[in-house]
Design a protein around this ligand. Structure first.
Ligand code: 13P
Length: 252
């Protein structure tokens, strides 16, 4: 059984006071959500304040990125895995398409960040997803296959098993244009096949694959009804406690 993960990626939104208000409102709304793991990913500046407010709740905290070096050192502007742990994170998002686009992250760097995360005991959510022109050119599967194999390269099945993969088609992010449940399911099934080729059936069967891209309270149920969709990585709708709680509480 794969336990669903519902994660909110706050991107570059929320000052500390706003972040604190959001989680204080969210906490009681998802207090009974035992059917899934709930994660929020505030910007670096709010991590500690949010983690303090969430202590003892079931909600876990994620970083949105980390440095590929697990060491301490002269890397101005960078934050390593140990610092994220120290700020209260258990999880980290790696290789989000916005980082691939605006910070030139490629699969090799994503793979290095993944290894740094694992070294520091963070639970990684690795993002993949094709751009619109790649889908229109019929290359979506090929692009995602190479992101999956490149980003998760040279890991053993045991190392790969706890990694969460998030499929976020770039054309569905922030556009209100969600992939239909059928399109999402079809790519998720392909991703699981790529994971099987790389790590074997047993491991791939246990790995969770999240969908991200305009997930809202009104489409979560249909997405979660698909057999290979094991949760969601939510952007815009996670910035509002009620809408994120509705997404978390999708079964009832
Ligand atoms: P939206 O839910 O705003 O489309 O963002 C998705 C996303 O990028 C989550 O990481």
């Amino acid at each position: 059984m794969r336990k669903p993960v519902i994660a909110g990626n706050w991107k570059m939104y929320k000052l500390v006071s706003e972040a604190v208000s959001l989680v204080l409102e969210l906490k009681p709304l998802v207090a009974n959500a035992n059917h899934c793991e709930v994660v929020v990913a505030p910007p670096y500046t709010s991590l500690r304040s949010v983690a303090d407010r969430l202590e003892g709740s079931g909600i876990k905290v994620a970083g949105q990125n980390l440095c590929e070096s697990a060491e301490f050192g002269a890397r101005t502007g960078e934050v390593n895995g140990a610092m994220l742990r120290d700020a209260g994170c258990e999880w980290v998002i790696i290789g989000h398409s916005e980082r691939r686009e605006f910070s030139s992250e490629n699969d090799a760097l994503v793979n290095a960040k993944l290894k740094a995360a694992m070294k520091t005991g963070l639970r990684p959510i690795v993002c993949v997803g094709e751009r619109l022109e790649e889908r229109e050119a019929g290359r979506a599967e090929e692009v995602v296959r190479s992101q999956v194999t490149g980003s998760l390269g040279s890991l053993t099945p045991d190392e790969a098993m706890p990694i969460v993969v998030a499929y976020e088609p770039v054309w569905a992010i922030g556009t209100g244009r969600t992939a239909t449940p059928e399109i999402a399911q079809s790519m998720h099934a392909s991703i699981r096949r790529f994971l099987m080729e790389q790590f074997g059936n047993k491991t791939a069967d246990l790995m969770r694959i999240l969908y991200g891209g305009s997930v809202k309270p009104d489409n979560i149920k249909a997405l979660m009804a698909q057999r290979d969709i094991d949760g969601a990585l939510v952007g815009g709708a996670s910035l509002d406690a009620r809408s994120f709680a509705q997404i978390v509480n999708y079964p009832g």
